[in-house]
Design a protein around this ligand. Sequence first.
Ligand code: AHR
Length: 653
Amino acid sequence: MNLRNSIVCSLLAAAATVGAQNNMVLNTKKTGAAIQPTMYGLFFEDINYAADGGLYAEMVKNRSFEFPQSLMGWEAFGGVEVRTDEAPFERNPHYVRLTDPGHAHKRTGLQNEGFFGMSVVQGKTYDFSVWARAVAADSKIRVEIVDPASGGESQVLASQDITVSGTWTRHEAQLSPRRTCTRAKLRIFLASSQAVDLEHVSLFPADTWKGRKGGLRADLVQALADIKPGVFRFPGGCIVEGTDLESRYDWKKSVGPVENRPLNENRWHYTFPHRFYPDYYQSYGLGFYEFFLLSEEIGAEPLPVLSCGLACQFQNKDPKAHVPVDQLEPYIQDALDLIEFANGSEQTEWGRLRAEMGHPAPFGLKLIGIGNEQWGSEYPERLEPFVKAIRAKYPDIKIVGTSGPDSEGKQFDYLWPEMRRLKADLVDEHFYRPEAWFLAQGARYDAYDRKGPKVFAGEYACHGKGKKWNHFHASLLEAAFMTGLERNADVVHMATYAPLFAHVDGWQWRPDMIWFDNTRSVRTASYYVQQLYAHNKGTNVAQLTMNGKAVCGADGQNGLFASAVWDADSRAYIVKIANTSDTPQPVSVSLQGRKLTFGKVTRTTLHSDNPDLDNTLDAPFVVVPVTTDVEMTGSTLTDTIGAQTFALYRISL
Ligand code: AHR
């Protein structure tokens, strides 16, 4: 190649690596629609061991011996018998009797494997408790945390004796392991010749969230709090519906003393035969009281979702699987009682229970969801009587209906007008979709009807085609799509990514926002996208255009998606731009309308040189937001946004 050709090639290469100038205008004259405090939130479902084995810090699996195989999770040795004749807790009838093994050198007892093992840390304290009674004379048990795989002299990491006498009593012991072990077990020996009965065997770390006894995992709650979520939807998802009505999430079983909350089957244990978890149940230890409290403590509006009387429609084609419309009364009563549980005075039946559980003040519930991903005429005909009853008794409560499992199509098109007819306040839309869908949906809400119900984008995540796992590129497309939510905040009032949590040893569904094992947790790139939006949601939409049009990844917009907000609290404009193209994009944002004096300007970017990467437990900070100061010339911000980069500019006045 001669010199001239080589120069031409270099110039062409340079032109190909930087895009053409993209000039945007931010209109500062007009303050746009108010952005709801609920705009960016969280959706919690007990999938991927998010509750038992996850957020709920209980370390003992099958603590009440109620799994269909009573000793699942336990290894029994010596004289162990499962009984139901004189149980202390009506709704959990099984307990175990430990009897003398019949020889001074033999032993009786049990050990529990925990959820994928028990993780204990040297120097930390673990709160053991058990309901026990001596069968005849006083007896003794020895409780130990052990490392069964230890090659050392002793497997015992911590040990305590507990004396047990006549009647059913709750006993406690504090255990402090002498070394750290990620696959420990809890072992209980009968340490006397006298028989003893045991029920509700429990082990929690002492340092739970807010140090609450029997509480939640501190690192996981902290991750939620750090988002500053506006809304918290719970308890699902499909678990609201159940595989059958019997296994639906029944909130009334999830409140009151934990010892008497019955076991529920978790539908995710068998939903996917290729990821099968036969030991996945719900203890309901993380129940509706705990969900309300958690919402309050992380500053989010609680959004409970209840069964509308339809079992999962994916799994039940037989109409008899569902509650007939004329027999919905108990389900409707459940909804009314839930509102009373959350908001009623201590004089009411359910308000009293809330107070007895430790929260005399109402939780201030404002929202309720009826049904999850329902479809067909079966849904509106069931929703209608709920709406009537809730409106009649609690006219201020906002009702969230659903547009089904699909982001568009026949059911979606049928359900939206039905939701309008029934005057649902919000409609829950779900979209787990591939890259092409996200790239094409930047303008999704621009033409939505402004008069009808508002939108709750209740479950969404980019599921890469053939790459259905966490990686940066998927998160970038979520960030791009969210500019459209933000631009349309007059009609989109809430949005929650899904699912929230996944245990690395027990997941059924991915990608997910936060991964964890028994010790550690990691925030994914999608987490940081959500956090950047939630921390920078602003108070009002600001109009941002390029050549007079919304910046929504349309043809000729060089893969750019953008939105802007005004934040009256911090007196700043915040501009979010996702560059989904493979080339850096020179961008200018000219603030036009009012004469303004600008202060500090910062740019926060989220990017990974390898778009297939994400943070992992072993490398948790590979893709994290990076903030730097940037200069502004007059009232125009100019910058070049790297290829495949999400950039957020905060322009303070
Ligand atoms: O988030 C996982 C599942 O996806 C939810 O349970 C359900 O609502 C949706 O199908």
